[in-house]
Design a binder for this molecule. Sequence first.
Ligand code: SF4
Length: 350
Amino acid sequence: MGVRVGIPRALLYYDYFLLWSTFLENMGVEVVVSQKTNKKIVNNGIKSAVDDTCLPVKVFLGHVLDLNAKKVDYIFLPRYISVEPRRFMCPKLMGLPDMVKQLLPGIPPTLVVDIDARKNGGDLPVEIFRLGRLFTFNPWKIRLAYKTAIAKQKEFKKRIIQGLTPEQIFLEKNVIQRKNTILEDINRPESNDLKIGLLGHGYNLFDNYINMNIQGKLKEMDVQVLTSKMFKEAEMNSGLKRLQKDIFWTFGRETIGSAFYLLQNKIVHGVILLVSFACGPDSIIMDIVERAYKREGVPCLTLILDEHSGEGGVITRLEAFIEMLKWREQGDESYLSSHGESLDCPESPI
Ligand code: SF4
């Protein structure tokens, strides 16, 4: 039996799983993924974490413990420092391998690779070569595995902007090949559907336990959803031009770029921000997006996710928000503000 390497189904799993699983499988490794997030995983993560950690990191710890129970040989823990020039990941992601080792001392050995766009350029980054050498001495095998993994990752990005979810792509389930991106499909002039932007980190958008299946609920309400992962680079960059100063965080760039692109092109009727409680970057990003939407009179709902968020409360807020959007549309009552003040109806007493 080959070496078994566990990949936690949390945090950047939703962005980079295909890259790492392809690379490791081409190294002859058996990749084991933790089960989908559930109550036990969340509770185990909460028990192990320090109090002021954000929910996604607590969930990540629970997934590592799940892999520990699956008796894997190694746990794969990339240290994401920077994945693009001049921008960085959040400090919790940078320190994640150390945090895991400190908080969960009994787990199997970890495989840590540093992902740092400032250092790891070139055909075959040193850190990838170092990882590959644990499994083979053949440099050509490592190079080929890396090239294959990069090609898969590019394909993943293409399919995400076509509107598929990461899990559909990873499992090759319901993989429809579209000609257009989901944005082009939703943005047809003849479409009268209610459209909203759902913006946030991949792990909040696609982990249905953390987000209480928000995408499924919106689908049931016949709402067309565009997530912040479904935009091309050029679209995000065009949105970012509104900012006077470049944004420092990669995820902030995605959220703000997509939020502003939707706003300036009047694509959606409103946006929902999915934000993690105790997330430093989110607290700033949320404020920037909320202010811009308020200024232009476009509804914006912020849902803060933590382990105490009750499903009932989230559904009620979601339903009220969607009802308000329909009301504004159908009744031509766009003066009805979602921000607590009248926008264009001077005689309104509000
Ligand atoms: S970006 Fe926010 S939610 Fe994500 S790991 Fe960092 S603190 Fe947590």
